[in-house]
Design a protein around this ligand. Structure first.
Ligand code: RIB
Ligand code: CA
Length: 314
């Protein structure tokens, strides 16, 4: 049976690949997507999400638009500083058939989870503003969420600051609410995504597949590689992480990442450390573990999974 999934996205280039993997994988039933302010303003994230679904021929997948700014840090609405990696609007034709659904994303999340059989995995791959707002507005949804698989966080090094990864850094108050919500959480941080890079050779292999999803993924990853080589070079030139797609692949095959079950919390107060996911690997806090935190990934397996799913058509 495929795993039912709701993706919460701030569609930029890696969210776009994650959406296509989730929509095309036979192991996932993509119930819908919700958009949130993050890589770009939420209305652009929504347009990008609709463009992706149109492009792969699945305009019927419902998309609801969500929060325009973080819970507490109202000023944080600017583009991700590394917008050479995302840009504003994706290099796809404007959305034509796919349409934004009526109603706020937070209300749709609440209604959908309350009406569900408790079998929908929630996969936030942007700032956690929508998810935290839904939990605060209707805590009863928690008993209906079997697992939250988050792309976000960092232990060894950040990307928005020395301390913090972008999704957590943009809305640390929201992230703190979600990591402490009491439900099973898998976190796919930079420590894992930076060990699963996609290269220019992989982009050539994607293009050779000849499918709309593979062509678009090659286009997006080539943009990411140019942006990373220019702004945050990885340990291997001409290769880039595709963070959000790794989180979705972990739903399909959990062995694509390696996790440790540890206490994790989010710094919301520090001047230099705000947005840091504080990982208590040695249990110094005496707190119970709350997050399955990924510190490694299987790059060859990740690439194989991308080729298998993006080589499919709707
Ligand atoms: O730090 C990487 C994360 O921030 C990814 O989800 C990317 O899309 C951006 O949202
Ligand atoms: Ca994202």
């Amino acid at each position: 049976m495929p795993t039912k999934v709701i993706l919460d996205v701030d569609t930029g280039t890696d969210d776009a690949v994650a959406l296509m993997v989730a929509a095309l994988s036979p192991d996932i039933e993509l119930i819908g997507a919700t958009t949130v302010n993050g890589n770009t303003a939420v209305h652009s994230c929504t347009e990008n999400t609709l463009r992706v679904l149109d492009w792969i021929g699945l305009p019927q997948i419902p998309v609801h638009q969500g929060m325009t700014r973080p819970l507490a840090r109202q000023q944080m609405t600017q583009l991700n500083p590394a917008s050479r990696i995302h840009g504003d609007l994706l290099d796809l034709p404007p959305a034509a058939t796919a349409r934004i659904q009526p109603g706020h994303a937070v209300d749709w999340l609440i209604d959908t989870f309350l009406a569900s059989d408790g079998d929908i995995t929630l996969v936030p791959v942007g700032p956690l503003t929508n998810v935290a707002t839904a939990i605060q507005k209707e805590p009863r949804i928690l008993e209906k969420i079997p697992e939250i698989v988050i792309m976000g966080g960092a232990h060894d090094h950040g990307n928005s600051t020395a301390s913090a990864e972008f999704n957590i850094w943009l809305d640390p108050e929201a992230a703190r609410i979600v990591v402490n919500c009491g439900r099973p959480i898998r976190m796919v941080p930079l420590d894992a995504t930076h060990r699963a890079l996609v290269s220019l050779d992989d982009c050539r292999a994607l293009r050779a597949l000849g499918t709309p999803a593979a062509e678009a993924a090659a286009r997006f990853v080539e943009k990411r590689i140019e942006g990373y080589d220019a702004t945050q070079p990885m340990h291997r030139a001409s290769a880039a992480p595709v963070h959000d797609a790794l989180a979705v692949c972990a739903i399909i095959d959990s062995t694509v990442i390696t996790t440790q079950f540890i206490p994790v919390d989010v710094e919301t107060g520090g001047e230099l450390s705000v947005g840091r996911t504080v990982c208590d690997f040695r249990f110094r806090s005496r707190k119970p573990p709350n997050v399955h935190f990924a510190m490694d990934a299987d790059e060859p397996k990740f690439i194989r999974m991308l080729m298998e799913t993006l080589g499919r058509t709707a």
